[in-house]
Design a protein. Structure first.
Length: 142
């Protein structure tokens, strides 16, 4: 279960260091083999490879009417491996697609992560708060 936010920086080559608490779990779960893909909300999705494989099979089975969505998720998927320093390379095409340059936020979302441009995440969260909670959360409380 991945959770929590980590403020990170991409280096000049587009590599991102994975925090130790997640790196160790990723090495155990998938030997450091992960998949990145684009999400239409303006972030990247970052999956341990076994989790991605399940999603990939589901997405590939979608009907022809969902072809555009298959392109978004499958057409932009990029398999990467953690290097010996615990970093992943974020492909230039993916960085460009979601506006990531240097300052990023890595968000643990349970079975996977989201990678956001730090400023874009702040804007997205502010917009969500301004819009108010969706009806589906009416009965939710801590």
């Amino acid at each position: 279960m991945f959770q929590g936010a980590s403020a990170l920086n991409l280096d000049a080559k587009g590599r991102m260091s994975i925090p130790a608490r997640h790196r160790d779990a990723l090495m155990l779960e998938c030997e450091g083999r992960v998949t990145l893909t684009k999400h239409p909300h303006g972030c990247l999705l970052f999956f341990p490879r076994p989790v991605w494989e399940t999603h990939r099979q589901q997405i590939a089975a979608w009907p022809m009417s969902a072809r555009a969505w298959q392109r978004i998720f499958l057409g932009n998927a990029c398999d990467v491996e953690l290097d010996s320093a615990g970093r992943i390379l974020v492909a230039p095409e993916l960085r460009r697609a979601v506006g990531i340059s240097r300052d990023v936020m890595l968000l643990g979302m349970g079975s996977h992560f989201e990678i956001w441009d730090a400023t874009r995440l702040e804007e997205s969260e502010a917009e969500a708060v301004a819009t108010g909670m969706p009806d589906v959360l009416n009965n939710f409380s801590f």
